[in-house]
Write a protein that binds this ligand. Structure first.
Ligand code: ATP
Ligand code: MG
Length: 239
């Protein structure tokens, strides 16, 4: 392992779809023990950047490095073996399979993970016999995060994990993400659920105009005039 302070870095990422350059030069860094959150307007390229960082999407330019070692190319399965876990926005559950089946699959694939502990932490013990298609949106989110946790990731990239959840569930899931960081996981997340995301984040990255600005702490972000004006809006209240 190198002395790189970042468990995962995606840097200088350029991505073009057709004739549209969505990202010109964007970067996201994941540091062990911290929560980093990508914020920015719809279509600014947050998901695209996370997909590049996770090895799902190949960039036109830029590098992805794990523990300071550049991956060429960065592929999802290679990154997964190094402990990088991607939780996409849509949540990846098999509709007809039960929650228990999902966890059995994880247990078989990732020997040694403490599934029982995760199920308790995510508060999903009473959902185990339900088929995924019968779960509510919030329950699906909790199960998806639980499955990600069961893989004992070193880096968790969670794209909009709180979207569509009731405030109380946002706080609960946010708390789970925060506790993962406390255990040493490098968590990167994204979304517009600003009060909760700010309350669990150590660093805010602003995705705008094809690039990213590493703003710093949520406190700094709240006081950042341009970020307030262009993203948070004039009526933003954090509490
Ligand atoms: N596979 C693709 N083909 C063509 N265009 C794409 C593709 N993926 C993303 N885009 C476009 O790239 C832009 C950035 O999309 P992206 O999903 O990264 O935005 P986002 O910041 O995550 O937005 P949101 O806040 O709505 O989730 C959008 O204009 C989108 O339409
Ligand atoms: Mg998105």
């Amino acid at each position: 392992m190198s002395g790189d302070a970042y468990a995962l870095r995606a840097e200088g990422v350029r991505k073009v779809f057709g004739v549209t350059e969505v990202l010109t030069s964007a970067s996201v860094w994941a540091r062990a023990g911290t929560v980093t959150t990508l914020m920015g307007r719809n279509g600014s390229g947050k998901t695209t950047l996370l997909r590049v960082a996770a090895g799902v999407l190949r960039p036109d330019q830029g590098v992805v490095a794990v523990d300071g070692v550049t991956m060429v190319p960065a592929k999802l399965h290679t990154l997964a073996t190094l402990g990088v876990m991607f939780l996409p926005q849509g949540r990846l559950l098999v509709p007809s399979a039960s929650v228990a089946d999902h966890f059995r699959a994880v247990h078989v694939t990732y020997d040694g993970c403490e599934v029982e502990k995760v199920i308790e932490a995510a508060g999903i013990g009473d959902l185990m016999s339900q088929r995924a298609e019968t779960l509510s949106g919030g329950e699906q989110a909790r199960v998806s995060l639980g499955l990600a946790m069961a893989r004992s990731p070193r880096v968790l990239l969670a794209d909009e994990p709180l979207v569509g959840l009731a405030p109380v569930d946002q706080e609960r899931l946010g708390g789970l993400l925060r506790s993962l960081a406390t255990e040493g996981v490098a968590v990167v997340t994204s979304g517009h659920d600003t009060p909760v995301l700010m309350s669990i984040s150590d660093e805010i990255i602003w995705s705008v105009a094809g690039t990213t600005h590493h703003i710093g702490s949520p406190e700094t972000a709240r006081e950042h005039h341009q970020f307030r004006r262009e993203y948070l809006g004039p009526g933003f209240r954090s509490t």
